[in-house]
Design a protein around this ligand. Structure first.
Ligand code: ADP
Length: 489
């Protein structure tokens, strides 16, 4: 199966792919090593051209009515729906993820465009009459927004950034990840046929080159980033340097807590594996630390290992596979290294832990679902691995368990399973996380905001709050006639 791809991709600026004579890099299928396309390795000059195009487009786009923006976002969603099978296949080949998952990514992404088309229509300015006039409190777009995204879920990462920022009236320069640029460049062309030229520009390339140039550009009025805390800090510094607002969606090491009274432990087992292994574990929201109560520990862990043994690791295009290929050899080696670190720290491997060979995909890093029995404080329990590795902790004392659940630098999400509503709500309140899911894991329905506390980031995405991080407030006081200054009495 091969989607139609261009041989060469360049930056998409001002409504078209711009010619590029510069360096290129290769997009490669991580499962097979097969070459997919060449992509321009853009530089600071390309970023400047893109920012200028976005600046020229800003007054026109800012002046569009909310209805017009909503209509165009819905048209984009319609166009993406038609292209969904092709775009999902591109992502499966480019990133190594299961095609069933990349299809879902695109469905969730499309839902974002539709959600923000609706949300902007309810994004009301407000005001009140004052003597001889009126006070208005308006929301304005920030201006040209620079956005930088990672490789793990390309379609959704694009949608989480693009949909609210365009709905709020900004123009954009977006940098995809060097490991996953193809579907974003295809997306740029589709969106370019719908939005006015310059409203959405995509500049591919490397972080230290394009990313750094975008964050430092004096005309970029807001920065939005998803990726590692290390790079998040660099971007926050760049924002501080120019005093522009920065929103950050960074890593996670989310706890998933099993109470002994959970009503269906088999369903909890499925949730625990789904939480840790979806996306091959390459998700910042993954529930990678499973806290299992002492009373049920032995039987629960047995069920978990036996369910893990039934999961199929397979070709990204295999519809029956549950796990597939990691995004790159670098990432694969990193995950195996972490498993080694865990063993050296005294973690017990309850299942998996090895690289697996998949026929026809010998180049790929396929790693077994891996269950590690750990203690709080081990590196595998503290650091984000971004692979199919679940750390399991046994708990008996509630307060101690909470301390350990919160005892990581991150605070993105948390899951918990109990039949006791009061316990559920009390625990949800005590967990340091931007999202808490009770008796399920992941809720990515439209409009459910997510974002992190502590080192997991600043600002919420995926909900109507996001319109606020892409707009600023202006108050306007209008008097019907010139009045005396108040300090004269
Ligand atoms: P991951 O660990 O998921 O690869 P990174 O934080 O390394 O995440 O990268 C996420 C995004 O940030 C990518 O698009 C990458 O190119 C970009 N990036 C990396 N370094 C920088 C930098 N110094 N400045 C701006 N962007 C960067």
């Amino acid at each position: 199966m091969k989607p139609s791809l261009k041989k060469n991709y360049t930056a998409y600026i001002n409504g078209g792919f711009v010619p590029s004579q510069g360096a290129v890099f290769a997009a490669t299928n991580p499962a097979t090593g097969e070459h997919l396309a060449h992509i321009a390795r853009c530089n600071a000059a390309d970023v400047d051209t893109a920012v200028q195009a976005a600046q020229r487009a800003l007054p026109g786009w800012k002046a569009t009515s909310y209805e017009e923006r909503a209509a165009l976002l819905n048209r984009l969603a319609d166009a993406l729906e038609k292209e969904l099978p092709r775009l999902a296949l591109i992502d499966a080949l480019d990133v190594g993820r299961r095609i069933a998952e990349t299809r879902l990514d695109h469905q969730k992404a499309i839902a974002q465009y539709r959600y923000f088309a609706g949300a902007i229509l309810t994004h009301e300015d407000y005001g009140r009459p004052i003597p001889d006039g009126y006070l208005m409190v308006k929301r304005e777009p920030m201006g040209v927004v620079g956005q930088i995204i990672p490789w793990n879920v390309p379609a959704l990462m694009v949608a989480l950034k693009v949909a609210p920022a365009l709905a709020a009236g900004n123009t954009l320069v977006l940098k995809p990840d060097e490991n996953a640029s193809l579907s974003t460049l295809e997306f740029a062309e589709i969106a370019g046929g719908i939005f006015p030229p310059g409203v959405l520009n995509v500049v591919p390339g490397f972080g230290e080159e394009v990313g750094a140039a975008l964050t430092a550009h004096p005309k970029v009025a807001k920065l939005a980033f998803t990726g590692s805390p290390e790079v998040g800090r660099i971007i926050a510094h760049a924002g501080a340097e120019r005093l522009v607002p920065v929103s950050l969606e960074l890593g996670g090491k989310s706890p998933n807590i099993v109470f002994p009274d959970a009503d269906d432990l088999d369903a909890v087992v499925d949730n625990a594996l789904f939480a840790a292994l979806y996306c091959n574990g390459q998700s910042c929201l993954a529930g990678t630390r499973l806290f299992v109560h002492d009373d049920i520990y032995a039987s629960f862990v047995d069920k978990l290992a036996s369910a893990a043994s039934r999961l199929k690791v397979g070709n990204p295009l295999d519809e029956s596979a549950h796990l597939s290929c990691l995004v790159s050899a670098k990432q694969g080696k990193r995950v195996l290294e972490y498993i080694g670190i865990g063993k050296a720290e005294g973690a017990k491997v309850l299942f998996g832990g090895e690289r697996e060979s998949v026929a026809g995909c010998e180049a790929g890093y396929f790693i077994q679902p891996t269950l590690l029995e750990v203690r709080h404080g081990m590196r595998v329990e503290q650091e984000e691995i971004f692979g199919p590795v679940l750390s399991i902790l046994r708990w008996s004392d509630y307060e101690q368990m909470l301390k350990e659940a919160n005892g990581v630098p991150y605070g993105l999400a948390a899951g918990l399973y109990t039949a006791d509503l009061e316990n559920a709500m009390r625990t949800a309140d005590a967990l340091e996380a931007g999202s808490v899911w009770i008796n399920q894991y992941f809720n990515l329905s439209s409009g459910v905001p997510f974002g992190g506390v502590k080192e997991s980031g600043i600002g919420m995405e995926h909900g109507r709050e996001t319109l606020n991080i892409y707009s600023r407030v202006k108050s306007v006081t209008v008097r019907n006639r010139v009045i005396e200054p108040w300090y004269l009495g």
